[in-house]
Ligand binder design. Structure first.
Ligand code: MGD
Ligand code: MGD
Ligand code: MO
Length: 821
């Protein structure tokens, strides 16, 4: 492990953090007025804008029992059923057994790591298998399909239906004014993009989005192309995901990533899981958690919902039970293995209050047992800001903590006592913390908690930022960021003999606003579903429609292909499970998981169509057609043999020295200074940061609504309409509410309501949601993403990170019979 390598890159990131964001888009009053009009038109049901959303379900969801424990036999059955439905029996067995194997491919689903050493034969989970099956499906979307289905007909189908049609086989173009996509040759597609890009008045009139499935090799080439073209407009899904974590971590500990390794989970005494739903979104983590518990660790979960996957697991550990016939009785009929020892049911966005409460409890325990609770030595030697921080905690009163956090004092004190008893502690978090106005504060509050006990830079302890997309972290490491620091740009420029642009680019929210304002005219997406994943669906739809060209590199159909610029392209690429053959033979790519491990990924099945190109080949085609002789890069040579891309990466990005040699041998960890208690922050120490508890002051009838993933989706890809962990079957347009609130509002279970969001003087409406009484704190609500993205105002963003506030949306409900105003 090259832990003591000088980490120039991280140092630069610290500088970058203190660069003011130069380019943040200022919305003009005229644009805002237009936005208000868009919201109104949405409310009035403008058919054009309605196309931007999945049509409403025709049947009602059935509310039934939810599972008592995550995983178990139902998960195995679902895995096999979904696999066989999509891929057939042969394919299912062959493909699944290559997931996360050292000679196979990295699972497309989440960024949870695989064990460092020996791996199980079946190193995948139910939802990983769904992701693989969804990619390896035998269904096809061909030119004939597009001949049959017009844009409007496609728009009338649900997101679930769109995904079910299968893999896209040919590059397709939607010509100006037409309603049907037509096939196009790759060379013509590249020439068209090149022409449109070269017509722009400035390179900053183009934006290049990345979704986090893109490999390191493709991401490196992609950012190189964008910068050779002349722009830092590289928005990515991370802007909507863990941007708050990166910002918070760099300010607090000088490294924007997790500080734990996989084996730390075996050595820890206590694990906090805050705002994360591992049972659904990172199911392989359940095995890690179960092992940790068997080794004596305790778990504290902080979440507004009692997620099944936080409470109990029935994990058929494949290592212990390779043969299903030998499953223990407990797995089949028992209640499963208990996970959370303490569940703190926080109010939506009540985390700073609860975390401050736990830390206040720790201070009070220290007062009772002076010198025995806090990590005095660590605090003195390695941290800054403790005195101010402690003074603020002492000033904060318990009434405010309990009122805003929604958790009773005795539960908070119990958590503090568990923490005081733990020698080694890991803090894990995900979207429940990052997607709030104070998302950066939320994450820093969790880091403060770790610092109090000195849980940083020693075995069994540290910060664990649970990433989403399987290579979202790697894409950032490769330079996909609109604000890469000067140090990186200089080295990149030297390596390829050009001058990269230095002006900051647009992030995701800024890109939407810039397109709406016609300041960005060409939008190119490397994966993802920009229309549905982003906030303010109608506004974003209008923004995309104002572009001259929108182009998506995709494997499956999605709604972003249906609401387009004047012209649109669908560029179908190889999936990760597929063999990637280039001039020098079969290639592999690499990815970085949430714990900073680099591993290789090699496709094992035949491509879905002979017309697919790999992502690196698409970037090369794009670069050659756009830059021609202007480029200093031999794009063909790089694509012929990805080792050559990796050689450049090893020169440009710290931590990747001898990249090829190392990755051909095994996986490796990237350096991480904080793990060695080297904190490359402004103060040179780990910083305690003081935060205010947010007050929402909800008016009568108002709720604070969060948006979540069901067990049957991967982001905007809808695998099915069931969420068996929450007891919802056959529908997604539901709103979870506390039973007492239902009663108070005169609503009944199953009743249809419209949800209206309130932000400044703006109002947005999403119609026809079925009310579901649920164990959720009073005055809180939860709905599935992306159905309610239409309610998230584009200007409602987190301080400092500019992440959309997807998880605290102020809403009111009205009975659906009333028609829109
Ligand atoms: N199968 C599957 N796997 C996935 C994904 C997927 O869609 N499907 N998506 C991938 C991606 S990109 C990501 S980023 C991750 C997302 O993984 P998660 O972050 O686990 O996903 P979410 O469903 O958005 O919500 C997380 C949890 O936060 C809780 N929560 C909501 N609001 C609050 C709050 O105010 N405070 C607290 N403490 N908790 C809150 C919710 O109840 C939920 O349990 O998963 C990745 N893995
Ligand atoms: N309300 C609300 N909104 C959210 C969130 C939330 O919690 N609540 N979460 C946010 C988060 S955390 C994220 S990460 C974003 C996700 O935003 P995105 O990453 O943009 O969205 P996905 O739905 O993951 O993208 C799915 C599409 O990717 C394409 N695809 C799949 N595999 C590949 C591949 O290998 N290569 C290429 N080129 N394309 C591929 C497919 O065509 C598929 O339709 O959404 C954000 N939006
Ligand atoms: Mo994400």
């Amino acid at each position: 492990m090259a832990d003591n390598t000088t980490d120039v890159f991280q140092e630069n990131r610290v500088d970058a953090q203190h660069w003011p964001k130069e380019n943040q888009w200022q919305q003009t009053e005229a644009d805002r007025q237009e936005m208000l009009k868009t919201c109104k038109e949405n409310a009035a049901g403008d058919p054009e804008l309605r196309r931007a959303q999945s049509p409403e379900e025709r049947t009602k969801a059935r509310i039934g029992h939810h599972s008592e424990a995550a995983a178990g036999i139902p998960a195995i059955l679902k895995t096999m059923q979904y696999g066989v439905d999509e891929m057939g029996v042969d394919h299912t067995v062959k493909t699944l057994l290559k997931i996360n194997q050292k000679d196979g491919f990295d699972c497309q689903s989440c960024a949870w790591p695989s064990p460092d050493g020996k791996r199980h034969m079946a190193e995948f989970c139910e939802n990983g298998a769904k992701a693989v099956a969804s990619e390896a499906t035998t269904r096809r979307v061909t030119p004939e399909f597009f001949q049959k289905w017009s844009l409007d007909q496609l728009a009338g189908q649900s997101d679930h239906w769109l995904n079910e049609q299968g893999r896209i086989t040919h590059p397709m173009i939607l010509r100006a004014g037409r309603r049907y996509y037509e096939p196009i040759e790759w060379t013509d597609a590249f020439a068209l993009i090149g022409e449109e890009l070269n017509r722009l008045a400035s390179p900053d009139e183009a934006a290049f989005y990345t979704s986090g499935r893109t490999s390191n090799e493709a991401a490196f080439l992609y950012q190189l192309f964008a910068r050779q073209f002349g722009t830092n407009n590289l928005p990515d899904c991370s802007n909507m995901c863990h941007e708050s974590s990166g910002t918070a971590l760099v300010e607090s500990i000088g490294v924007g990533k997790s500080t734990v390794t996989f084996s730390d989970f075996d050595k820890t005494d206590l694990i906090f899981i805050i705002g994360q739903n591992p049972g659904t979104n990172h199911p392989r983590m359940l095995t890690t958690l179960e092992h940790a518990k068997r080794n004596g660790a305790k778990i504290i979960a902080i979440n507004p919902l009692p997620e099944v996957g936080l409470m109990r697991v029935k994990n058929p550990n494949p290592q212990e039970y390779p043969n299903p016939l030998t499953y223990p009785v407990d797995l089949v009929v028992g209640k499963g293995f208990k996970l959370a020892d303490l569940f703190l049911q926080v109010r939506v966005n009540g985390d700073v209050a609860v975390l401050k409460g736990i830390m206040k409890g720790i201070l009070e325990e220290e007062d009772r047992r002076p010198g025995q609770v806090l990590a005095h030595e660590f605090i003195k030697q390695y941290t800054a800001g403790f005195d101010d921080f402690a003074a603020d905690l002492r000033r904060t009163n318990w009434e405010e903590i309990v009122e805003q956090g929604g958790v009773p004092k005795d539960r908070i004190v119990e958590a503090a006592q568990m923490m005081a008893a733990a020698k080694r502690m890991i803090g894990c978090w995900a979207m429940g913390l990052t997607q709030h106005k104070n998302g950066v504060d939320n994450v820093q509050a969790a880091i403060n908690l770790l610092l109090l006990g000195g849980h940083m830079g020693r075995p069994g302890a540290g910060a664990c930022c649970i990433r989403g997309h399987s290579n979202v972290q790697g894409d950032r490491t490769m330079g996909v960021w609109e604000r890469m620091p000067k140090g990186f740009l200089d080295v990149l420029g030297r390596e390829f003999n050009f001058t990269p642009p230095s002006k900051h680019g647009c992030d995701t929210v800024d890109t939407i606003k810039a397109m709406h304002h016609r300041a960005v005219k060409v939008f190119f997406a490397m994966g993802g579903n920009f229309l549905s994943a982003t906030p303010d669906t109608c506004y974003t739809a209008e923004a995309l429609r104002r572009c001259r060209l929108t182009a998506h590199v995709s494997i499956k159909l999605n709604r972003a292909h249906l609401v387009t610029g004047e012209q649109a392209l669908i560029l179908p690429c190889l999936g990760r499970s597929e063999k990637d053959r280039q001039a020098a033979g079969e290639q592999f790519v690499t990815v970085e998981d949430a714990l900073n491990v680099i591993s290789s990924s090699r496709g094992v099945i035949e491509p879905a169509s002979p017309h697919l190109l790999s992502e690196p080949a698409i970037v090369a085609g794009l670069a050659k057609a756009t830059l021609g002789k202007r480029s200093t890069v031999d794009w063909d040579a790089l694509v012929a043999n990805y080792d050559r891309i990796r050689d450049h990466i090893s020169h440009v990005i710290p931590g990747f020295e001898n990249f090829n040699q190392r990755i051909h041998a095994d996986i490796f960890y990237l350096p991480n200074a904080a793990r060695n208690r080297v904190f490359k922050t402004k103060t040179g120490k780990a910083n305690f940061v003081v935060h205010q508890i947010p007050h929402h002051n909800l008016k009568p009838g108002e709720f604070l609504m969060t948006t979540i993933r069901s067990h049957d989706q991967f982001n905007t890809t809808i695998y099915g309409l069931n969420d068996r962990y929450r007891g919802v079957y056959g529908g997604r347009r539901v709103v979870f509410l506390n039973a007492e609130d239902l009663k108070e509002a005169g609503l009944s279970s199953g009743q249809l309501v419209d949800i209206i969001s309130r932000f400044n003087d703006e109002q947005r409406i999403a119609c026809h949601f079925q009310v579901v009484p649920y164990e959720i704190p009073r005055r809180c609500a939860a709905t599935y993403y992306p159905e309610t993205n239409v309610l998230v105002p584009v200007s409602s963003v987190a301080d400092k990170s500019n992440t959309p506030v997807y998880k605290s949306i102020r809403v009111v409900l009205r009975s659906s019979q009333q028609q829109s105003a």
